[in-house]
Write a protein that binds this ligand. Structure first.
Ligand code: NAD
Length: 416
């Protein structure tokens, strides 16, 4: 995955024409933190997990990025995702750098008190390098508002009341209205814009979604509310399809009770991986990375892919999709709604002032549409794909901010 993010970076950097020296500076993480988290399990025995926080770049502001609890979390994985956060925050032009981290663990095998202890010990180990003006974690795969509440509580024990240390918190702990659904809402907004460019609207498209967690379920609900027909949904346990369109509110209720879409009676079951090659207009991968690969890219039937997950398409697959004429709206644009509303949450925490939901959604819509428009216009004017255009815009912003901080002769050309 790290090679993939470097590949996309290098492809765009070549178009901008930046030097090897600046490329290397922009790719190298500022700081990599690896800690051992020793806690007790519910039986009173010792457990040990490894936690990571990779802080990639802080040229445009405090570093920002999620915490993932998953068996695949390691240094290389966190570094790749931290890189993406730097480009994502720059692309939507919010005052942050990029970071990412998590704990290598299987939360499905841990009780809530065990996860609470792991989280608090992790915070204790990284508390010196996070903070409202340093690095602000947020939810990602297998972490949620509850975990963010624990982080705020633990950090505040050392530094006093600090809601701005983390975003995606519960509303009672000064989370933002609209944050829970923000990534899904951003996905819906860019889909709306991409469809407009193709002369289509939500009302005349069919959609397949991989992943029905925070991002996938909220995206499903919001696109269905706009009139789109979500005909296939899959998660780690299996898939469910309905040619007339799935009843999304009923599926959300089923999934929240059973923790999977598998077994939902309002459709036909299918093997999870088949969702990626479903015969639909739009495919929304909203689960994990590297799911569309050299092996299955040729079988993708959707004409439009909205990357709700981070890095769901490998570079080889990206090339195959481009050749096939499939439009891919890249992750750093498509899923930026979450970090954008995290920014609003942090701004509210710093101001100690709460925004209404309408304001949050209105500002989110403006930022997402503006970012989409700038990517689409650059892609059209330079005859490049949307991913390359997004990276070009982001790299220019970060690079120019880095250079503007020093009195030096190096420069980064502007090509937009
Ligand atoms: P989540 O833990 O809430 O949900 C993950 C979903 O993926 C679950 O439905 C799970 O069953 C499914 N899944 C896991 N393995 C699968 C497999 N092999 N096949 C099919 N489905 C599988 O996580 P989330 O927060 O919804 O994040 C999903 C993706 O979106 C990740 O790539 C994450 O980095 C990205 N993302 C999340 C946010 C956010 O605000 N939560 C923001 C930006 C990007």
């Amino acid at each position: 995955m790290l090679e993939a993010s470097h590949y996309y970076f290098n492809r765009a950097a070549e178009i901008i024409g930046i030097t090897e020296k600046i490329k290397s500076i922009l790719l190298t993480p500022l700081r990599v933190v690896k800690v051992e988290i020793v806690t007790e399990d519910d039986q009173g025995c010792l457990m040990s997990h490894i936690g990571y926080r990779v802080q990639h770049n802080r040229m445009r502001g405090p570093m920002k990025g999620g915490l993932r609890y998953h068996p695949t979390v390691d240094e290389s994985h966190a570094t790749a995702l931290a890189n993406l956060m730097t480009w994502k925050t720059a692309l939507v032009d919010i005052p942050y750098g990029g970071a990412k981290g998590g704990v290598n663990c299987n939360p499905k095998e841990l009780s809530t008190p065990e996860l609470d202890r792991i989280t608090r010990t992790f915070v204790e180990q990284i508390k010196e390098v996070i903070g409202p003006s340093l690095d602000i974690p947020a939810p990602d795969v297998n972490t949620n508002s509850t975990v963010m509440g624990w982080i705020m509580d633990e950090y505040s024990k050392y530094y006093g009341f600090s809601p701005g240390v983390v975003t995606g918190k519960p509303l009672q702990l000064f989370g933002s209205p609209g944050r829970e659904e923000a990534t899904g809402r951003g996905v819906m907004i860019v889909l709306e814009e991409a469809l407009k460019d193709q002369g289509k609207s939500m009302k005349n498209v069919t959609i397949a979604i991989q992943g029905f967690g925070n991002v996938g379920s909220n995206a499903a609900r919001l696109v269905a509310e706009q009139g789109a027909k979500v005909v296939a949904v899959a998660d780690h346990m299996g898939g469910v399809s309905n040619i007339r369109g799935l009843d999304i509110p009923a599926l959300v209720a089923w999934a929240s009770e059973h923790r999977t879409v598998h077994g939902f009676a309002g459709g036909e079951p299918f093997e999870s991986a088949e969702v990626l090659t479903w015969d639909v207009d739009v495919l929304i991968p909203a689960a994990l990375e590297d799911v569309i690969t050299r092996e299955n890219a040729g079988d993708v039937r959707a004409g439009l892919i909205i990357e709700a997950a981070n890095a769901p398409v490998t570079p080889e697959a990206d090339e195959i999709l481009n050749k096939k004429g499939v439009t891919v709206v890249p992750d750093i644009l498509a899923n930026a709604g979450g970090v954008t509303v995290s920014y609003f949450e942090w701004a509210q925490n710093i101001q100690q002032f709460r925004w209404e939901l309408d304001r949050v959604n209105g500002e989110l819509s403006k930022i997402m549409r503006r970012a989409y428009e700038s990517v689409r216009n650059l892609a059209a004017s330079k005859s490049i794909d949307l991913r390359t255009a997004a990276f070009v815009l982001a790299i220019q912003r970060v690079g120019q901010a880095a250079l503007a901080r020093r009195h030096i002769r190096d420069s980064i050309p502007s090509i937009d």
